[in-house]
Design a protein around this ligand. Structure first.
Ligand code: UD1
Ligand code: MG
Length: 438
Protein backbone atom coordinates (compact mmCIF):
# COMPACT_ATOMS: atom_id res chain seq x y z
CA UNK A 1 0.00 0.00 0.00
CA UNK A 2 1.05 3.54 -0.80
CA UNK A 3 4.24 2.33 -2.43
CA UNK A 4 3.46 3.51 -5.92
CA UNK A 5 2.70 6.76 -7.65
CA UNK A 6 -0.29 7.23 -9.93
CA UNK A 7 -0.65 9.50 -12.95
CA UNK A 8 -4.21 10.06 -14.17
CA UNK A 9 -4.53 11.27 -17.77
CA UNK A 10 -7.38 13.72 -18.09
CA UNK A 11 -6.14 16.32 -20.56
CA UNK A 12 -7.87 15.05 -23.70
CA UNK A 13 -10.49 17.23 -25.38
CA UNK A 14 -13.16 14.53 -25.45
CA UNK A 15 -14.52 15.67 -28.82
CA UNK A 16 -16.64 12.54 -29.18
CA UNK A 17 -18.75 13.67 -26.18
CA UNK A 18 -20.11 16.54 -28.33
CA UNK A 19 -20.28 18.80 -25.30
CA UNK A 20 -18.90 22.06 -23.92
CA UNK A 21 -18.39 20.29 -20.60
CA UNK A 22 -14.94 18.67 -20.37
CA UNK A 23 -15.24 14.89 -20.76
CA UNK A 24 -14.00 13.97 -17.28
CA UNK A 25 -16.59 16.27 -15.64
CA UNK A 26 -19.53 14.41 -17.12
CA UNK A 27 -21.30 12.74 -14.25
CA UNK A 28 -22.06 9.16 -13.36
CA UNK A 29 -24.32 8.56 -10.35
CA UNK A 30 -24.04 12.25 -9.42
CA UNK A 31 -20.26 12.61 -9.43
CA UNK A 32 -17.81 13.52 -12.24
CA UNK A 33 -16.04 10.60 -13.91
CA UNK A 34 -12.64 11.83 -12.77
CA UNK A 35 -13.85 11.73 -9.14
CA UNK A 36 -14.00 7.94 -9.33
CA UNK A 37 -10.49 7.48 -10.79
CA UNK A 38 -9.10 9.64 -7.99
CA UNK A 39 -11.16 7.99 -5.25
CA UNK A 40 -9.98 4.50 -6.22
CA UNK A 41 -6.39 5.74 -6.64
CA UNK A 42 -6.38 7.09 -3.08
CA UNK A 43 -6.87 3.54 -1.82
CA UNK A 44 -3.51 2.49 -3.19
CA UNK A 45 -1.39 5.62 -3.46
CA UNK A 46 -0.31 8.75 -1.60
CA UNK A 47 1.23 10.37 -4.69
CA UNK A 48 -1.36 11.07 -7.37
CA UNK A 49 -0.76 13.44 -10.27
CA UNK A 50 -3.73 14.44 -12.42
CA UNK A 51 -2.81 15.71 -15.88
CA UNK A 52 -5.15 18.37 -17.27
CA UNK A 53 -5.20 20.72 -20.23
CA UNK A 54 -8.58 21.40 -21.83
CA UNK A 55 -10.58 23.78 -19.59
CA UNK A 56 -7.88 23.36 -16.98
CA UNK A 57 -9.38 25.86 -14.49
CA UNK A 58 -12.88 24.41 -14.62
CA UNK A 59 -11.76 20.81 -14.11
CA UNK A 60 -9.34 21.83 -11.35
CA UNK A 61 -11.99 23.80 -9.47
CA UNK A 62 -14.69 21.15 -9.73
CA UNK A 63 -12.49 18.22 -8.77
CA UNK A 64 -10.74 20.12 -5.96
CA UNK A 65 -14.06 20.59 -4.19
CA UNK A 66 -14.30 16.83 -3.62
CA UNK A 67 -10.75 16.27 -2.35
CA UNK A 68 -9.77 19.39 -0.38
CA UNK A 69 -8.08 17.49 2.43
CA UNK A 70 -6.05 15.19 0.19
CA UNK A 71 -4.91 18.15 -1.91
CA UNK A 72 -3.80 19.98 1.24
CA UNK A 73 -1.87 16.86 2.30
CA UNK A 74 -0.28 16.86 -1.19
CA UNK A 75 -1.59 13.37 -1.93
CA UNK A 76 -3.17 14.80 -5.09
CA UNK A 77 -1.47 17.27 -7.44
CA UNK A 78 -2.63 18.76 -10.72
CA UNK A 79 -0.35 19.57 -13.66
CA UNK A 80 -1.01 21.16 -17.02
CA UNK A 81 0.18 19.23 -20.05
CA UNK A 82 2.34 21.06 -22.62
CA UNK A 83 -0.26 20.02 -25.16
CA UNK A 84 0.77 22.42 -27.96
CA UNK A 85 4.26 20.94 -28.15
CA UNK A 86 3.67 17.44 -26.81
CA UNK A 87 0.18 16.19 -27.58
CA UNK A 88 -0.82 12.58 -26.93
CA UNK A 89 -0.79 10.11 -24.06
CA UNK A 90 3.04 10.11 -24.06
CA UNK A 91 3.17 13.89 -23.97
CA UNK A 92 0.77 13.85 -21.02
CA UNK A 93 3.18 11.97 -18.73
CA UNK A 94 6.19 14.15 -19.55
CA UNK A 95 7.64 16.56 -16.94
CA UNK A 96 6.27 14.64 -13.96
CA UNK A 97 8.55 13.20 -11.30
CA UNK A 98 6.77 10.39 -9.48
CA UNK A 99 7.76 9.98 -5.81
CA UNK A 100 7.86 6.17 -5.86
CA UNK A 101 9.77 3.46 -7.78
CA UNK A 102 6.67 2.30 -9.61
CA UNK A 103 4.07 4.44 -11.31
CA UNK A 104 0.63 3.43 -12.48
CA UNK A 105 -0.85 5.37 -15.39
CA UNK A 106 -4.65 5.55 -15.48
CA UNK A 107 -7.18 7.27 -17.71
CA UNK A 108 -9.58 9.79 -16.22
CA UNK A 109 -12.38 8.54 -18.44
CA UNK A 110 -12.61 5.11 -16.81
CA UNK A 111 -15.15 5.64 -14.05
CA UNK A 112 -15.74 1.94 -13.39
CA UNK A 113 -12.17 1.24 -12.33
CA UNK A 114 -11.77 -0.53 -8.96
CA UNK A 115 -8.85 -0.37 -6.54
CA UNK A 116 -8.91 -4.17 -6.10
CA UNK A 117 -8.32 -4.65 -9.81
CA UNK A 118 -5.50 -2.09 -9.74
CA UNK A 119 -3.78 -4.06 -6.96
CA UNK A 120 -3.23 -6.85 -9.51
CA UNK A 121 -0.60 -4.64 -11.17
CA UNK A 122 1.58 -5.21 -8.10
CA UNK A 123 4.16 -7.20 -10.07
CA UNK A 124 7.85 -6.46 -10.31
CA UNK A 125 8.41 -5.71 -14.00
CA UNK A 126 9.60 -2.84 -16.15
CA UNK A 127 6.11 -2.57 -17.61
CA UNK A 128 2.87 -4.26 -16.60
CA UNK A 129 0.31 -3.54 -19.30
CA UNK A 130 -3.40 -4.24 -19.25
CA UNK A 131 -4.93 -6.24 -22.10
CA UNK A 132 -8.47 -7.13 -23.02
CA UNK A 133 -9.42 -10.23 -24.96
CA UNK A 134 -12.43 -9.04 -26.94
CA UNK A 135 -14.77 -10.24 -29.68
CA UNK A 136 -13.88 -7.05 -31.50
CA UNK A 137 -11.11 -4.66 -30.51
CA UNK A 138 -12.48 -1.89 -32.71
CA UNK A 139 -11.43 1.53 -31.40
CA UNK A 140 -8.58 0.21 -29.24
CA UNK A 141 -4.86 -0.02 -29.83
CA UNK A 142 -4.04 -3.61 -30.86
CA UNK A 143 -1.49 -5.74 -29.00
CA UNK A 144 0.72 -7.54 -31.50
CA UNK A 145 1.85 -10.90 -30.16
CA UNK A 146 4.36 -13.16 -31.92
CA UNK A 147 5.54 -16.52 -30.53
CA UNK A 148 3.51 -15.88 -27.34
CA UNK A 149 5.40 -12.66 -26.70
CA UNK A 150 4.14 -9.09 -26.94
CA UNK A 151 5.95 -7.30 -29.76
CA UNK A 152 4.30 -3.89 -29.75
CA UNK A 153 1.05 -1.92 -29.50
CA UNK A 154 -0.24 -0.45 -32.71
CA UNK A 155 -2.93 2.23 -32.75
CA UNK A 156 -6.00 1.60 -34.88
CA UNK A 157 -5.14 4.56 -37.11
CA UNK A 158 -1.64 3.18 -37.73
CA UNK A 159 -2.56 -0.50 -38.06
CA UNK A 160 -2.19 -2.67 -41.17
CA UNK A 161 -5.07 -4.81 -42.51
CA UNK A 162 -3.73 -7.85 -40.64
CA UNK A 163 -3.16 -5.94 -37.41
CA UNK A 164 -6.73 -4.66 -37.45
CA UNK A 165 -7.92 -8.28 -37.21
CA UNK A 166 -6.24 -8.70 -33.81
CA UNK A 167 -8.75 -9.02 -30.97
CA UNK A 168 -6.32 -8.43 -28.11
CA UNK A 169 -6.66 -4.79 -27.13
CA UNK A 170 -4.59 -2.42 -25.05
CA UNK A 171 -6.86 -1.45 -22.14
CA UNK A 172 -4.77 1.72 -21.66
CA UNK A 173 -3.58 1.24 -18.06
CA UNK A 174 0.08 0.57 -17.34
CA UNK A 175 2.49 0.24 -14.47
CA UNK A 176 6.00 1.47 -15.26
CA UNK A 177 9.27 1.24 -13.50
CA UNK A 178 9.72 4.96 -12.76
CA UNK A 179 13.39 5.03 -13.77
CA UNK A 180 12.63 3.43 -17.13
CA UNK A 181 9.74 5.83 -17.76
CA UNK A 182 11.79 8.96 -17.02
CA UNK A 183 14.70 7.68 -19.11
CA UNK A 184 12.61 6.81 -22.18
CA UNK A 185 10.04 9.61 -22.33
CA UNK A 186 12.45 12.10 -23.96
CA UNK A 187 13.11 9.59 -26.75
CA UNK A 188 9.46 9.28 -27.84
CA UNK A 189 8.67 10.49 -31.35
CA UNK A 190 5.43 11.70 -32.93
CA UNK A 191 6.02 9.95 -36.23
CA UNK A 192 2.53 8.44 -36.59
CA UNK A 193 -0.89 9.02 -38.13
CA UNK A 194 -2.04 11.40 -35.37
CA UNK A 195 1.31 13.25 -34.99
CA UNK A 196 1.09 12.56 -31.26
CA UNK A 197 3.48 11.22 -28.64
CA UNK A 198 2.16 7.76 -27.78
CA UNK A 199 2.73 6.24 -24.34
CA UNK A 200 2.22 2.89 -26.05
CA UNK A 201 5.56 3.21 -27.90
CA UNK A 202 7.31 2.62 -24.57
CA UNK A 203 6.20 -1.00 -24.76
CA UNK A 204 8.22 -1.65 -27.91
CA UNK A 205 11.21 0.12 -26.35
CA UNK A 206 11.09 -2.15 -23.30
CA UNK A 207 10.92 -5.23 -25.52
CA UNK A 208 13.84 -4.10 -27.65
CA UNK A 209 15.93 -3.72 -24.51
CA UNK A 210 14.90 -7.13 -23.15
CA UNK A 211 13.14 -5.60 -20.17
CA UNK A 212 10.39 -7.54 -18.41
CA UNK A 213 6.99 -6.79 -19.85
CA UNK A 214 3.95 -8.45 -18.30
CA UNK A 215 0.60 -8.39 -20.07
CA UNK A 216 -2.20 -8.53 -17.52
CA UNK A 217 -5.64 -9.58 -18.71
CA UNK A 218 -8.16 -7.35 -16.99
CA UNK A 219 -11.92 -7.30 -16.47
CA UNK A 220 -13.53 -5.52 -19.42
CA UNK A 221 -16.29 -3.94 -17.34
CA UNK A 222 -13.92 -2.27 -14.87
CA UNK A 223 -11.80 -0.81 -17.66
CA UNK A 224 -14.56 0.49 -19.87
CA UNK A 225 -13.50 3.83 -21.32
CA UNK A 226 -16.13 6.53 -21.81
CA UNK A 227 -15.68 8.47 -25.06
CA UNK A 228 -19.29 9.24 -26.03
CA UNK A 229 -22.70 9.89 -24.47
CA UNK A 230 -23.70 6.33 -25.38
CA UNK A 231 -20.77 4.95 -23.40
CA UNK A 232 -21.56 7.38 -20.57
CA UNK A 233 -25.11 6.02 -20.31
CA UNK A 234 -23.87 2.41 -20.48
CA UNK A 235 -21.31 3.05 -17.74
CA UNK A 236 -23.93 4.68 -15.51
CA UNK A 237 -26.18 1.62 -15.74
CA UNK A 238 -23.31 -0.58 -14.59
CA UNK A 239 -22.43 1.87 -11.80
CA UNK A 240 -26.06 2.09 -10.62
CA UNK A 241 -26.29 -1.69 -10.52
CA UNK A 242 -23.17 -1.82 -8.36
CA UNK A 243 -24.58 0.73 -5.88
CA UNK A 244 -27.95 -1.05 -5.65
CA UNK A 245 -26.45 -4.52 -5.32
CA UNK A 246 -24.40 -3.32 -2.37
CA UNK A 247 -27.51 -1.98 -0.56
CA UNK A 248 -29.52 -5.11 -1.38
CA UNK A 249 -26.75 -7.19 0.19
CA UNK A 250 -26.94 -4.99 3.29
CA UNK A 251 -30.64 -5.80 3.65
CA UNK A 252 -32.44 -2.92 1.95
CA UNK A 253 -35.65 -3.99 0.19
CA UNK A 254 -36.08 -2.65 -3.36
CA UNK A 255 -39.15 -3.04 -5.54
CA UNK A 256 -38.04 -3.23 -9.18
CA UNK A 257 -34.44 -2.10 -8.59
CA UNK A 258 -34.00 -1.25 -12.29
CA UNK A 259 -36.38 1.70 -11.82
CA UNK A 260 -34.55 3.11 -8.78
CA UNK A 261 -31.75 5.73 -9.02
CA UNK A 262 -29.31 6.18 -6.15
CA UNK A 263 -26.41 8.62 -6.30
CA UNK A 264 -22.92 7.89 -5.05
CA UNK A 265 -22.66 8.96 -1.40
CA UNK A 266 -26.25 8.14 -0.37
CA UNK A 267 -26.45 6.12 2.85
CA UNK A 268 -29.20 3.62 3.65
CA UNK A 269 -29.35 1.81 6.97
CA UNK A 270 -31.53 -0.60 8.92
CA UNK A 271 -34.77 -2.05 7.61
CA UNK A 272 -35.49 0.35 4.80
CA UNK A 273 -37.76 -0.14 1.81
CA UNK A 274 -37.43 1.62 -1.54
CA UNK A 275 -40.40 1.23 -3.86
CA UNK A 276 -40.19 1.48 -7.64
CA UNK A 277 -39.21 4.79 -9.24
CA UNK A 278 -37.53 6.17 -6.11
CA UNK A 279 -34.67 8.67 -6.63
CA UNK A 280 -32.17 9.30 -3.85
CA UNK A 281 -29.73 12.15 -4.45
CA UNK A 282 -26.72 13.86 -2.88
CA UNK A 283 -25.95 13.39 0.80
CA UNK A 284 -29.17 11.63 1.60
CA UNK A 285 -29.43 9.30 4.58
CA UNK A 286 -32.29 6.84 4.94
CA UNK A 287 -32.56 4.98 8.26
CA UNK A 288 -35.35 2.43 8.94
CA UNK A 289 -37.61 4.27 6.55
CA UNK A 290 -40.03 3.47 3.76
CA UNK A 291 -39.73 5.53 0.57
CA UNK A 292 -42.73 4.98 -1.64
CA UNK A 293 -43.22 4.99 -5.42
CA UNK A 294 -41.77 7.90 -7.44
CA UNK A 295 -40.54 9.86 -4.43
CA UNK A 296 -37.44 12.06 -4.79
CA UNK A 297 -35.18 12.66 -1.79
CA UNK A 298 -32.22 15.05 -2.04
CA UNK A 299 -29.66 15.96 0.64
CA UNK A 300 -32.10 14.95 3.37
CA UNK A 301 -32.26 12.64 6.37
CA UNK A 302 -35.18 10.32 7.12
CA UNK A 303 -35.24 8.29 10.33
CA UNK A 304 -38.11 5.89 11.16
CA UNK A 305 -40.25 7.75 8.63
CA UNK A 306 -42.18 7.18 5.43
CA UNK A 307 -42.61 9.40 2.40
CA UNK A 308 -44.69 9.21 -0.76
CA UNK A 309 -45.90 8.00 -3.13
CA UNK A 310 -44.84 11.04 -5.18
CA UNK A 311 -43.37 13.11 -2.35
CA UNK A 312 -40.39 15.43 -2.78
CA UNK A 313 -38.05 15.74 0.16
CA UNK A 314 -35.65 18.54 -0.73
CA UNK A 315 -32.27 19.64 0.70
CA UNK A 316 -31.99 20.27 4.40
CA UNK A 317 -35.06 18.26 5.37
CA UNK A 318 -34.71 16.21 8.54
CA UNK A 319 -37.55 13.81 9.22
CA UNK A 320 -37.88 11.77 12.39
CA UNK A 321 -40.86 9.42 13.01
CA UNK A 322 -42.72 11.41 10.38
CA UNK A 323 -45.29 10.49 7.75
CA UNK A 324 -45.44 12.36 4.43
CA UNK A 325 -48.15 11.38 1.98
CA UNK A 326 -48.60 12.06 -1.71
CA UNK A 327 -47.64 15.43 -3.23
CA UNK A 328 -45.97 16.71 -0.09
CA UNK A 329 -42.87 18.85 -0.63
CA UNK A 330 -40.43 19.73 2.11
CA UNK A 331 -37.34 21.94 2.11
CA UNK A 332 -35.15 22.75 5.15
CA UNK A 333 -37.93 21.24 7.26
CA UNK A 334 -37.18 19.72 10.67
CA UNK A 335 -40.13 17.43 11.27
CA UNK A 336 -40.28 15.41 14.47
CA UNK A 337 -43.24 13.06 14.86
CA UNK A 338 -45.34 14.92 12.28
CA UNK A 339 -48.11 13.74 9.94
CA UNK A 340 -48.59 15.56 6.62
CA UNK A 341 -50.75 13.29 4.51
CA UNK A 342 -51.40 15.22 1.32
CA UNK A 343 -50.66 18.16 -0.99
CA UNK A 344 -48.54 20.35 1.24
CA UNK A 345 -45.48 22.58 1.09
CA UNK A 346 -43.36 22.75 4.22
CA UNK A 347 -40.29 24.95 3.75
CA UNK A 348 -37.92 26.60 6.26
CA UNK A 349 -39.80 25.22 9.24
CA UNK A 350 -39.59 23.26 12.48
CA UNK A 351 -42.60 21.21 13.48
CA UNK A 352 -42.85 19.12 16.64
CA UNK A 353 -44.37 15.87 17.85
CA UNK A 354 -48.04 15.02 17.53
CA UNK A 355 -48.78 17.79 15.03
CA UNK A 356 -51.06 17.07 12.10
CA UNK A 357 -50.74 19.13 8.94
CA UNK A 358 -53.96 19.26 6.93
CA UNK A 359 -54.23 18.89 3.16
CA UNK A 360 -53.22 21.99 1.20
CA UNK A 361 -51.18 23.62 3.96
CA UNK A 362 -48.51 26.04 2.77
CA UNK A 363 -45.69 27.66 4.69
CA UNK A 364 -45.35 31.00 2.89
CA UNK A 365 -41.61 31.31 3.49
CA UNK A 366 -40.62 33.79 0.78
CA UNK A 367 -41.60 37.44 0.29
CA UNK A 368 -39.75 37.74 -2.99
CA UNK A 369 -36.59 38.98 -1.29
CA UNK A 370 -35.92 36.97 1.87
CA UNK A 371 -36.81 33.58 3.34
CA UNK A 372 -38.49 33.34 6.76
CA UNK A 373 -39.10 30.55 9.25
CA UNK A 374 -42.27 28.92 10.51
CA UNK A 375 -42.15 27.21 13.91
CA UNK A 376 -44.99 24.93 14.99
CA UNK A 377 -45.02 23.23 18.40
CA UNK A 378 -46.43 19.96 19.68
CA UNK A 379 -49.98 18.63 19.18
CA UNK A 380 -51.05 21.34 16.79
CA UNK A 381 -53.98 20.63 14.49
CA UNK A 382 -53.48 22.57 11.27
CA UNK A 383 -56.72 22.57 9.31
CA UNK A 384 -56.77 22.02 5.54
CA UNK A 385 -55.86 24.91 3.23
CA UNK A 386 -53.98 26.88 5.87
CA UNK A 387 -51.33 29.40 4.87
CA UNK A 388 -48.71 30.20 7.47
CA UNK A 389 -47.14 33.53 6.53
CA UNK A 390 -43.61 33.43 7.92
CA UNK A 391 -42.01 34.49 10.16
CA UNK A 392 -44.58 32.98 12.48
CA UNK A 393 -44.57 30.82 15.61
CA UNK A 394 -47.38 28.51 16.65
CA UNK A 395 -47.13 27.24 20.25
CA UNK A 396 -48.07 23.76 21.52
CA UNK A 397 -51.74 22.66 21.71
CA UNK A 398 -53.21 24.93 19.06
CA UNK A 399 -56.03 24.42 16.61
CA UNK A 400 -56.01 26.29 13.28
CA UNK A 401 -59.31 26.23 11.44
CA UNK A 402 -59.45 25.16 7.80
CA UNK A 403 -58.84 27.95 5.29
CA UNK A 404 -57.03 30.24 7.73
CA UNK A 405 -54.23 32.60 6.83
CA UNK A 406 -51.94 32.79 9.83
CA UNK A 407 -50.16 36.14 10.01
CA UNK A 408 -49.35 36.38 13.72
CA UNK A 409 -48.02 34.10 16.45
CA UNK A 410 -50.50 31.82 18.23
CA UNK A 411 -50.32 30.96 21.95
CA UNK A 412 -51.04 27.60 23.57
CA UNK A 413 -54.64 26.51 23.81
CA UNK A 414 -55.98 28.92 21.14
CA UNK A 415 -58.26 28.31 18.20
CA UNK A 416 -57.08 30.48 15.29
CA UNK A 417 -59.59 31.18 12.58
CA UNK A 418 -59.63 33.63 9.70
CA UNK A 419 -62.49 33.30 7.29
CA UNK A 420 -64.51 35.73 5.19
CA UNK A 421 -68.04 36.10 6.50
CA UNK A 422 -70.46 33.70 4.82
CA UNK A 423 -72.80 35.22 2.20
CA UNK A 424 -75.69 33.32 0.62
CA UNK A 425 -78.22 34.43 -2.02
CA UNK A 426 -80.93 31.86 -2.63
CA UNK A 427 -81.84 31.09 -6.27
CA UNK A 428 -78.91 33.11 -7.65
CA UNK A 429 -77.63 30.24 -9.82
CA UNK A 430 -80.85 29.92 -11.82
CA UNK A 431 -81.15 33.67 -12.25
CA UNK A 432 -77.55 34.03 -13.44
CA UNK A 433 -77.56 31.29 -16.04
CA UNK A 434 -81.02 31.93 -17.45
CA UNK A 435 -79.93 35.53 -18.09
CA UNK A 436 -76.78 34.32 -19.84
CA UNK A 437 -78.78 32.26 -22.33
CA UNK A 438 -80.80 35.25 -23.58
C1 UD1 B 1 -5.47 4.97 -25.86
C2 UD1 B 1 -4.32 4.08 -26.31
C3 UD1 B 1 -4.85 2.80 -26.97
C4 UD1 B 1 -5.79 2.10 -26.00
C5 UD1 B 1 -6.88 3.05 -25.49
C6 UD1 B 1 -7.66 2.39 -24.37
C7 UD1 B 1 -2.47 5.58 -26.88
C8 UD1 B 1 -1.68 6.17 -27.97
N1 UD1 B 1 -3.47 4.78 -27.23
O1 UD1 B 1 -6.17 5.35 -27.06
O2 UD1 B 1 -3.80 1.93 -27.33
O3 UD1 B 1 -6.36 0.97 -26.62
O4 UD1 B 1 -6.31 4.27 -24.96
O5 UD1 B 1 -8.73 3.17 -23.97
O6 UD1 B 1 -2.18 5.80 -25.73
N2 UD1 B 1 -4.96 12.26 -22.89
C9 UD1 B 1 -4.20 13.27 -22.33
N3 UD1 B 1 -3.46 14.08 -23.14
C10 UD1 B 1 -3.43 13.90 -24.50
C11 UD1 B 1 -4.21 12.87 -25.04
C12 UD1 B 1 -4.95 12.06 -24.21
O7 UD1 B 1 -4.20 13.46 -21.10
O8 UD1 B 1 -2.75 14.67 -25.16
C13 UD1 B 1 -5.77 11.42 -21.98
C14 UD1 B 1 -7.25 11.48 -22.31
O9 UD1 B 1 -7.89 12.51 -21.57
C15 UD1 B 1 -7.73 10.10 -21.88
C16 UD1 B 1 -6.49 9.22 -22.06
O10 UD1 B 1 -5.38 10.08 -22.13
O11 UD1 B 1 -8.09 10.08 -20.53
C17 UD1 B 1 -6.57 8.36 -23.32
O12 UD1 B 1 -6.68 9.20 -24.42
P1 UD1 B 1 -7.62 8.85 -25.64
O13 UD1 B 1 -7.52 9.93 -26.65
O14 UD1 B 1 -8.95 8.43 -25.17
O15 UD1 B 1 -6.79 7.59 -26.23
P2 UD1 B 1 -7.35 6.46 -27.13
O16 UD1 B 1 -7.38 6.94 -28.53
O17 UD1 B 1 -8.61 5.93 -26.54
MG1 MG C 1 -10.05 6.65 -24.87
Amino acid sequence: MNNKSIIILAAGAGTRMKSTTPKVLHKISGKPMLYYSIKESLEISDDIVVVLYHQYERVLETISSYFQEEIKEKKIKFVKQDHENYPGTGGAVMNITPAHDKVLVLNGDMPLIQADELKKFDVDATIVMSVLNLDSADGYGRVVIENEKVVKIVEQKDASEDELKINIANAGIYQFDTKFLLEKLPTLSNDNAQKEYYITDLVEMAINENKTLIPLEVNEENFKGVNSKVELADAEVIHQNRIKKEFLKQGVIMRLPDTIYIEEGVQIEGESILENGVTLLGNTKIINSHIKTNTVVEDAILVDSDAGPMARVRPGSELNKTHLGNFVETKKAKLNGVKAGHLTYLGDCEIDEGTNIGCGTITCNYDGVNKYKTIIGKNVFVGSDTQLVAPVTVSDDVMIAAGSTVTSDISSGELYLTRAKKKSISGYFYKHFSQEKK
